[in-house]
Design a binder for this molecule. Structure first.
Ligand code: S3P
Ligand code: PEP
Length: 500
């Protein structure tokens, strides 16, 4: 890997997020990526087949769900294998700000939440708790739901891009069942979110599911959390119905499983629904949670499957063989399904109790709906550069609302490498050059403050000379050690080099 100064500065295409005031230092080792200095870029130097084994850090989605449940659980919870990154640090800091005692050790992998119940701000308090959420969608959506159910006064805000990411459907769902006020302050229903709550009252909740599944997940986790009168209805059932389409469904199933681990109960309802409702969930907590929404426990977090996609893709792109340990199809994360997409493209996929191995074979272009595994679209798009024909990705219109516009901005960067990439309302078509990899060429690539843009585009460098990735430290959002880990994987087979 090379670290250089970009000779052809380009400006970001999107009006995405700019430098944030926090969280403080990027956690974890930064062996191969220096702090960003102007036009710092990282270049992956092409080599041969990538072969090896790796275990990515803990799942962001599971860590942040477990933190929410632990925060509203009776007793102590110990999370092991957790992710330490910007997205989990802002969650931890927010929970500390509202009164939780949280101890982080073992390089962030172990998190102990000692709980006597979060101290919600009193209604007589003048200043709401100010919670800085950076650009963590899970954190702001889960906390908005949970804190409105728990009561108190809060202002949840983040970096500029966070104030462009929709949350209106969630706020609209909470208004009818909350005692107090909640509003999204930016135009088009975007954060900051200002909450002054005395808790939820009983009633059915209706929430839109076409922009993000995180609204539904947040409400589901919030449902067992009592308001001021928690002790009077610890086993009350709350029905949450989705109006219209529900995107990213596997994350909702993950939410159900985490809720049940922490003592809640989830029943899926698919018949007898009102007009416009596509699915509903009945949520309650068991009496043994002692009036808290949840019961504290020791909880092991799976390795992150979205992060694993980069290493499986490295095998596919390079014709190598990479085992990701600690993840199988039994995992709670839908993104494990990325290996099935690689299989469809021609890769060999082998699984045992230890993990999943992808072996690269000649790649064919495919037509694929990635609605359920949208965080892996960028990874797939880079793999598609090396296929024998076009790849059409469908069903991911919601990717435009993430860290950046992950359809438009992705198409723009892939085009710079010599592919022909067409943007559609719901996805893209990636057409590799007629002469294959020979027709691809290096370029300085923008990352739009999007960790997945940096991690996925870096993989193009495995086969194309001169692919330079700007602002590589944006991987800190979910994977601060990404470039160090990639370097280790490739270095083992001596296909990775770095200039001083
Ligand atoms: O619930 C979750 O943990 C997540 C849900 C997905 O968001 P959408 O539901 O907005 O697609 C995903 O993109 C995000 O990284 C994590
Ligand atoms: C979309 C993502 O994150 P979030 O919505 O949690 O900010 C992601 O990690 O790719």
């Amino acid at each position: 890997m090379r670290e250089t100064q970009s000779s052809s500065p380009q400006s970001d295409r999107s009006s995405g997020p700019q430098a944030s005031p926090g969280p403080q230092a990027s956690p974890g080792p930064q062996a191969s990526v220096p702090a960003d200095r102007g036009e710092t870029v990282v270049e992956v130097v092409p080599g041969g087949a990538v072969t090896g084994a790796i275990q990515p850090p803990g799942s962001k989605s599971l860590t942040n769900r477990a933190l929410i449940c632990a925060a509203f659980a009776s007793g102590t919870s110990k999370l092991t294998g957790a992710l330490r990154s910007e997205d989990t640090e802002v969650m931890i800091e927010a929970l500390r700000t509202i009164g939780l005692d949280i101890n982080v050790s073992d390089g962030g992998r172990t998190i102990v939440v000692n709980n006597a119940g979060p101290r919600a701000s009193s209604s007589s308090q003048c200043e709401p708790h100010s919670l800085f959420i950076a650009n963590s969608g899970t954190t702001i959506r889960f906390l908005t739901a949970a804190l409105s159910a728990a009561s108190g006064q809060y202002n949840l805000h983040g970096v500029p891009r966070m104030h462009e990411r929709p949350i209106g459907d969630l706020v609209d769902a909470i208004v009818p069942i909350m005692n107090g006020t909640i509003r999204a302050e930016s135009t088009n229903g975007c954060p900051p979110v200002v909450i002054d709550s005395a808790g939820w009252h009983a009633g059915e909740i209706n929430v839109g599911g076409s922009v993000s599944s995180q609204y539904l997940s947040g409400l589901m986790m919030a449902a067992p959390i009592g308001s001021g009168d928690a002790n009077s209805h610890p086993t009350r059932t709350t029905r949450i119905a989705v109006t219209g389409e529900l995107v990213s469904r596997p994350y909702v199933d993950m939410t159900s499983k985490v809720i049940e681990s922490f003592g809640g109960k989830v029943t899926t309802v698919s018949s007898g629904l009102a007009a416009g409702q596509s699915i509903a969930f009945d949520i309650s907590s068991s009496a043994s949670t002692d009036g808290y929404g949840y019961r504290g426990l020791d909880y092991a977090i799976e390795p992150d499957a979205s992060a694993a996609s980069y290493f499986w893709a490295a095998a596919a792109i390079s014709g190598g063989s990479v085992t990701v340990t600690g993840l199988t199809h039994a995992a709670m994360q839908g993104d494990v399904g990325f290996v099935d997409v690689l299989k469809k493209m021609g890769c060999e996929v082998d699984e045992d109790d230890n993990g999943i191995t992808v072996t690269g074979r000649p790649l064919r272009g495919i037509d694929i709906d990635m609605n359920a595994i949208s965080d892996t679209v960028q990874t797939l798009a880079v793999v598609a550069l090396f296929a024998d024909g076009p790849t059409r990705v469908r069903g991911v219109a919601h990717n435009r609302f993430k860290e950046t516009d992950r359809i438009g901005d992705l198409a723009c960067e892939l085009n710079k490498l010599g592919a022909t990439v067409a943007e559609h309302e719901d996805g893209l078509t990636i057409t590799p050059p007629a002469d294959g990899v020979k027709g691809l060429h290096g370029a300085v690539l923008e990352t739009y403050h999007d960790h997945r843009m940096a991690m996925s585009l870096s993989l193009a460098g495995l086969r194309i000379a001169g692919v330079k990735i700007k602002n590589p430290s944006c991987t800190a959002k979910t994977y601060p050690e990404y470039f160090a880990d990639l370097e280790n994987l490739i270095g083992r087979s001596h296909h990775w080099s770095r200039l001083a």
